[in-house]
Design a binder for this molecule. Structure first.
Ligand code: PLP
Length: 513
C-alpha cells in the first residue's frame, strides 16, 4: 500500500510557521550571533540539513516534506545568524530590514516578476521606472531625463558607472582615478572592463579618509587621456565623504583641458562633453544621507555626477539586494544596447508602446527589487527615513563621546555618518601596557574581536587604518532602535575584554583566539 502524499501546504500556513520558527531560532541564539565559532555553527547547520560526517548529501531521494524542511531550517538559520536587529551586531553595513519592506519582498517572491521584458513584469516595469525617477530627484537630477536601474548593490552599480564612462570615452580608453579609501569593487570593475593599463590611479586621502583633491588635480594634469574619477560619498570604513563639488570642478577642468589643448598623444576628441572626463560618485553607504536634512549637506555636489551608486540595503533599511544606479545621461548605454534578443524585445513592441528595461541592466532575469523600496518610500516618506538616518548618526556621535571619555579607547576618525573607528590600548601603567608594541596592539585588537565572536557576545568590525595600517575596531551603527545605553554597554564590553586579554602576564596577549 502506498502512502498518501503529504498535502502541499499553502503560503498562509507556511508564512505562519516561518514566523514562529524565526522567533524560536532567535530565542535559541540568545544574542547577536551564535556562540562557539565556525566549527560549532557548521555542525549545527549540517545537522539541520541532514548532512552527516560520512558526507551524505542534503538532497534525499525522498523529501521530508515542506513543513519539516521549512521549520527545521528556518530555526537553524535564525539560530545561526548574525542578526543586524541585535544592537550588539554592529560590524558591517548590514542593516535590520524594515518589516514593511520584508513583507513587500514576500509579495515579490510570490509573484516572481522579471524585469527583462514587459510581458513578465507589467506592473513592476512602471514601479522600477518611478522608483528610479524618485531617487534621481532626491539626488538632484532632472527626474524626467535621468535614467537608472535597480541593481544587486554598490558592486554592480559601480561596474555600470565605469561601463558607461568607458562607452563615452574616445576609443573606449579610460583611466580610473579613485581615492586610496575607495571600495574594492572599483578595481574589480576596472579589471572586468579590461581598462587601459595601468587601469587605476589611487589618490591619497587626508587624515579624515577623504580624497586629497590637490593630488587628484595633479594626477589628472599628468594624464593626457580620458579619465573617470570615482568619488566616494561615505567610505566603507570611516563613513567619510570626499569633497564632491571640488572633485566635480577638477573633472570639468580635465574635460576642458583635453578639449582646448589636446596633448599630442591624446586620442581625437569626439566632441561629446563627457567623453574625456566622467564623474562617478560611489554613494553606496552615504547616499542614505540624502533623506536627512541634517546630513544631506555632506553630499552637496552629487548632482554634478555623471553617474551615482546608492545602496538602500545600507542606510535605507531594505532587505538586500537594493542597489540603485542613476545617471543624468539617458542616452549612454551603447554596450548594453548593442546586444539584442528578439524573444525579449522588439521594435514593433516598442513602437506599439510596450516599454523595455532590458538594456538598463547587465542581468537578464531580474527580480522586482524596486517593489519593497517603493513600499518603504511610500510608507515612511523622506522624513521618516531621514529620522532613521539621524537616529543612527546620533548613536554614532554618542559612541564617539564614549570612546573619547574612556582612556583605553582611542578614536581614529571623527564621525560623519554612522561609523565609529577606534582601537583598544591598555591604560598607561596598567599591567603590561609598557610592553605593548605596535604588533602586540594589533594582535590585541584582533583578539578582542574574535573573543567576542567566539563567545557569541558581539559582532564588532575590524580594519586597518592610518599611516602604519594599524588594526582598528569599528562600530557601524545602522540599527535605529538601538539605544545609547546599548552602545555604551558594547564599548564597555570591548574595553573589559581588552583588559582581560592583557591580563597579568607582562603585556603578552594571553590567549589569541
Ligand atoms: C558597500 C559598498 C560597496 C559595495 O556594495 P554592495 O552592495 O556590497 O555590492 C561599494 N562602495 C561602498 C563605498 C560601499 O560601502
Amino acid at each position: 500500500m502506498t502512502e498518501a502524499p503529504e498535502p502541499r501546504p499553502g503560503l498562509n500556513e507556511l508564512v505562519g510557521l516561518t514566523l514562529t520558527a524565526l522567533a524560536e531560532g532567535r530565542r535559541r541564539r540568545g544574542g547577536p550571533l551564535p556562540a562557539g565559532g565556525p566549527s560549532r555553527v557548521r555542525a549545527a547547520i549540517q545537522a539541520a540539513l541532514g548532512v552527516s560526517p560520512d558526507r551524505t548529501s542534503l538532497l534525499p531521494s525522498t523529501g521530508i516534506g515542506a513543513t519539516a524542511a521549512l521549520t527545521g531550517l528556518v530555526e537553524a538559520l535564525a539560530a545561526g545568524s548574525a542578526d543586524p536587529a541585535d544592537p550588539w551586531c554592529a560590524a558591517h553595513l548590514h542593516c535590520p530590514p524594515l518589516p514593511v519592506a520584508v513583507a513587500a519582498d514576500l509579495a515579490v517572491s510570490a509573484l516572481n516578476p522579471s524585469l527583462d521584458s514587459w510581458d513578465q513584469a507589467p506592473a513592476a516595469t512602471t514601479i522600477e521606472t518611478e522608483v528610479v525617477a524618485a531617487l534621481a530627484a532626491l539626488a538632484g537630477f532632472d527626474p524626467d531625463r535621468a535614467a537608472g536601474t535597480i541593481t544587486t548593490g554598490g558592486t554592480e552599480s559601480n561596474l555600470m558607472g565605469l561601463l558607461l564612462a568607458r562607452d563615452a570615452a574616445p576609443n573606449g580608453r579610460l583611466r580610473v582615478f579613485r581615492s586610496a579609501a575607495a571600495h574594492l569593487s572599483i578595481d574589480r570593475a576596472a579589471a572586468v572592463l579590461g581598462l587601459d593599463a595601468p587601469p587605476v590611479t589611487a589618490i591619497p586621502t587626508d587624515d579624515q579618509d577623504r580624497m586629497r583633491v590637490d593630488l587628484l588635480r595633479r594626477a589628472l594634469a599628468e594624464h593626457a587621456g580620458p579619465a573617470v574619477v570615482v568619488a566616494t560619498a561615505g567610505t566603507t570604513d570611516a563613513g567619510a565623504v570626499d569633497p564632491l563639488r571640488e572633485i566635480a570642478a577638477a573633472v570639468e577642468e580635465h574635460r576642458s583641458r583635453l578639449r582646448v589643448r589636446p596633448h599630442p598623444s591624446a586620442p581625437a576628441e569626439t566632441g561629446h562633453p563627457a567623453s574625456s572626463g566622467w564623474l562617478h560618485v560611489d554613494a553606496a553607504y552615504g547616499g542614505g544621507a540624502l533623506f536627512s536634512d541634517r546630513l544631506a549637506g555632506h553630499l552637496d555636489g552629487i548632482a554634478l555626477a555623471d553617474s551615482v551608486a546608492l545602496d538602500l540595503h545600507k542606510l535605507g533599511w531594505q532587505p538586500a539586494p537594493a542597489g540603485v544606479f542613476l545617471t543624468p545621461r539617458p542616452d549612454g548605454w551603447p554596450s548594453l544596447r548593442a546586444a539584442h534578443a528578439d524573444y525579449l524585445r522588439s521594435e514593433d513592441d516598442e513602437a506599439a508602446g510596450f516599454p523595455s528595461l532590458l538594456d538598463r541592466s547587465l542581468r537578464t532575469t531580474r527580480r522586482a527589487d524596486s517593489f519593497p523600496i517603493a513600499v518603504a518610500l511610500r510608507a515612511l516618506g523622506r522624513d521618516g527615513l531621514g529620522a532613521l538616518v539621524d537616529a543612527c548618526h546620533d548613536l554614532a556621535r554618542h559612541a564617539e563621546r564614549t570612546v573619547h571619555a574612556d582612556p583605553r579607547l582611542e578614536p581614529a576618525f571623527p564621525v560623519t555618518l554612522s561609523t565609529v573607528v577606534f582601537r583598544y590600548r591598555p591604560r598607561a601603567g596598567a599591567t603590561g601596557s609598557a610592553a605593548c608594541t605596535a604588533d602586540r596592539l594589533d594582535q590585541l585588537n584582533d583578539a578582542i574581536r574574535r573573543t567576542l565572536l567566539l563567545g557569541g557576545r558581539a559582532v564588532v568590525g575590524r580594519t586597518r587604518t592610518g599611516p602604519d595600517r594599524a588594526v582598528h575596531l569599528k562600530l557601524t551603527l545602522l540599527n535605529p532602535d538601538a539605544t545609547q545605553a546599548d552602545v555604551d554597554t558594547l564599548l564597555r564590553l570591548v574595553a573589559t575584554t581588552g583588559d582581560e586579554l592583557v591580563g597579568g602576564d607582562g603585556g603578552g596577549v594571553r590567549s589569541v583566539p
